[in-house]
Design a protein around this ligand. Sequence first.
Ligand code: DGT
Ligand code: MG
Length: 572
Amino acid sequence: MRTVFSYLLPYKWAAGIAFIFMLLELTVELIQPLLLARIIDDGILQEDLTTVVVWGSIMIGLSLLAFIAGILNSFYAGHAGQSTGFDLRNAMFKNIQRSSLDKLQPFATSSLMTRLTNDITQIQNTIFMGLRIMARAPLLVLGGAIMAFIINARLAFFLIITIPILILFLLWILKKGVHIFSLVQSQVDRVNHVVRENLTGIRLVRVFVRRLHEIERFFAESDALRHRMVQAFRLMELTMPILLLLMNGSILLVLWFGSFQIENETAQVGDVVAIVNYATRITSALGVFAMIIMVFSRARASALRIEEVLLEPDDELSESVNHPAPPTLKGELTFESVSFSYEGQKTDVLKEISFTVKPGETVAVLGETGSGKTSLFQLIPKLYEADKGEIKIDNTSIKEWNIQMVRKQLGYVPQSIRLFSGTIRENISWGVPDAPIEDVHFAAKVAQIHETIEKLPDGYDTKVGQQGVNLSGGQKQRISIARALLREPKILLLDDSTSALDTKTEERFLKALEQYSCTTLIITQKLSTARKADKILLLEYGQIEGYGSHEHLMEKSTFYRKIYHSQYGKEG
Ligand code: DGT
Ligand code: MG
């Protein structure tokens, strides 16, 4: 909670001004019953019209003042709330960008999205409401009680004993509210999760005729959200009747004892009217307070969720600051008994991996699905950190270098291709935004996609849809390869990137790739591709089953021979 509200600090002036205007509004509100008492006692009861007119005009003037103060308060409160939300949202986004993947693993994408949008909105609303009415309600209660006490201490006594009981009751509601609203927010997460899954997988849903099932799934989550909200509102609805019951009870007592006091002339009619007026104002302030508690409970739940993301240390960048940038790399890659498991997983995904790739060599990484190939790749740009062992580039551990700089010399084509919205050229030069068009063409030629792009109506300026929907899988794959090549990497990591290429195109690509003379690791399922590499790294259940040339493995590895016979046996 404190972290989130520390983001309000830069706007303390706006918040302060809003607060002052709120106090002005409040003061007017507290004076009004006093003026009312004067009008009744000195004006109406004495049948003095001038007094009524004078005090009445003052009341109108003050109301006008309060009205203007209210508008200005809204303006500054809105400014403070929106700006704080803006800063929070940006800070959160930056933190997400900076956090290591292991740290982000526990958060579902949809949950991060809810936190960035819905939760921030809750905070914005709370700051606004806070500056507009939150502080006003307790001050009005306190001020009202004091004023009533000044006017007639004995009559005010009934108010003063009722108020603490009500406050205790409201605090109890607050405690319950925070709990219920944290459930509401995580249910919002779940609704968003279903929406996101369905929008990204809409084709699958149609083809598998799962539309009705998915609609039902959405309804179920949506209904659960409704249920939670109803639960929350029910709690809040409980407050008003109880509040009114107690306050009206105390007003009755004030009237009852007030009538005695008027009879024996220890009180004036105006005093009783003023105290009753304070009592109703206090009641409505407490009512507002109950509503604020609801907003506040929700904000508290949201603040906790935001802080979970905000408090993630930005380990990646801070680490990089103190480390020297590597020189131009030669591209030698060494794994020394590297073991790795994902956060929260018990078994190692990679076990005691050791191998060396010389600069400029091409190594094919072969292994069954789930054997840990992608995981092995992700360790090289330090997307995840190895639990044990060392990964060295040019004989220096990647821990010792500024990782951003190392990454700049790596080319990575991930298994699941992502294109960004924009043109094809923008997508290819995404890693090197100011690359000259000739370089873009060259990279595209090597990636065997240049001709295809040229044939498109707008060529390199063709817009790629939100996720490149207007391109085929293989085309996207090759654009993604061109994107990696444009950076002229010293080490190139291709994760199953040639799976959608036919044998001839693949052959041409591998031949053209030699012009880059980078160290290349290429994950593949196809032996025909693997055989063209200098060496083959065979992975099985996260362990190295064999490492060497095709001939070497044919001789040494039964597992490799089995793969060989299964693939070539079929092909004849
Ligand atoms: P593929 O792409 O199907 O040919 O399989 P590989 O060899 O690329 O397998 P990989 O490295 O993606 O997965 C190895 C194991 O690690 C597998 O049991 C699933 C698990 N795994 C992969 N990615 C994650 C992750 O992000 N989080 C967790 N907890 N486990 C993961
Ligand atoms: Mg994989």
